[in-house]
Design a protein around this ligand. Sequence first.
Ligand SMILES: C[S@@+](CC[C@H](N)C(=O)[O-])C[C@H]1O[C@@H](n2cnc3c(N)ncnc32)[C@H](O)[C@@H]1O
Length: 288
Amino acid sequence: MPNNSPSRIPYLDLQAAIGATRHMGGLEATKDLVCLCRVGPAHHVLDVGCGPGTTARLLAREVGCRVTGVDIRPAMIARAIEAARSARLGSRVAFRVADARSLPFGDGAFDAVLCESVATFVEDKPGLVRELARVTKPGGRIGFNEEVWVKPPPSDEYMAFMRHNMDVEPDLPAARDWEGFLLSAGLQDIETRVFDRADAGRESSQKRRYSLADGLRILVRSGWLYLVNPAFREYKRLWKQMPEGLFEYLGYGIFAGRVTVPHPKKDLPVGTVRSIYRQAGWDWTERK
Ligand SMILES: C[S@@+](CC[C@H](N)C(=O)[O-])C[C@H]1O[C@@H](n2cnc3c(N)ncnc32)[C@H](O)[C@@H]1O
C-alpha cells in the first residue's frame, strides 16, 4: 500500500520531533550489546546514530563511562543535549551532528562503538562497519543491534509497509551476512545473537529506557503534535494499517566483534565486568 501522501512526515523526523526513538529489544538488547562490547567505566564510547541520547545517558549514569553520541539529524542532537542537561551529566556525555558513513574522528579514537538500529537505514552496510572499525582502538569492540528477517516474509505487503512507513529498505541482510561484514572489516572474535519478538519481556523493556521525566516530555510533545500537525495525525493513521503479524517475521540481531590487534590487548577480567553490571542492578546471570 504505497504511501504517496503529500503531508507525510518521514519516520525518523517524526521520532526527532517527539524526542523518542526505539530499537528492537529495548533496554534488554542495549544491556546485551554493552556486555558483548565489554564496556567498562574507564572507556570512551561512541554511540552512532544516538537519536535523543537515551543509551548515552544510560551508560554514563550506570556504567560510569564517557560517551560521545553522533546523529545525522540536528533535531535529534538538540534533544540529546537538552536531556543530558536536565540529567546533569556534565562532561560525561557529549553530542554532535555527524554522518556515520564519514565520522569526524581520527583513527582509534574510541574504546568501544555501539550502533543500535541505524545501519538498517544505511545502504552501504559493509562500508559503515569499516568506518566504525576505523575509529575504534585496536583491541576495542564494535557492536550492532539491527533488524533481520527471522523467517521469509510471506508477501510483498510487509515489505511495502516498511518501505513506505518506516523508511527502511526491506531487503535486510541475514545474520550470516552481518558476520561477513564484520569479518571483512577485519574484526575478530565475532559474537552473534538473533532474537525474534516472542519474548514479550524484552519488548516491554522499551519504556524502561526512558525516565519518568522523559516519558512525560514525550507524552506532552506527542499530544501537542497530534493537535497541531496534520502530518502527525496522518502518520498515526497509516501506522494502524501495519499488516497483521509483521513482527512474527521481523526480528533483530546483535552482532559484535573486536578490532584486530597486532598484539592483542586483554579484556577487562570477567569478574570486574560482572561486578560493574551488578552494581548497576543488571542481572548478569540472565545474559545468554
Ligand atoms: C531508529 S533510530 C535509533 C536511535 C537510537 N540508536 C536508539 O536506539 O534509540 C535511528 C537513528 O539513526 C540516525 N541515523 C540514520 N542514518 C544516519 C547516518 N547516516 N548517520 C548518523 N545517524 C543516522 C537517525 O537520525 C536516528 O536518530
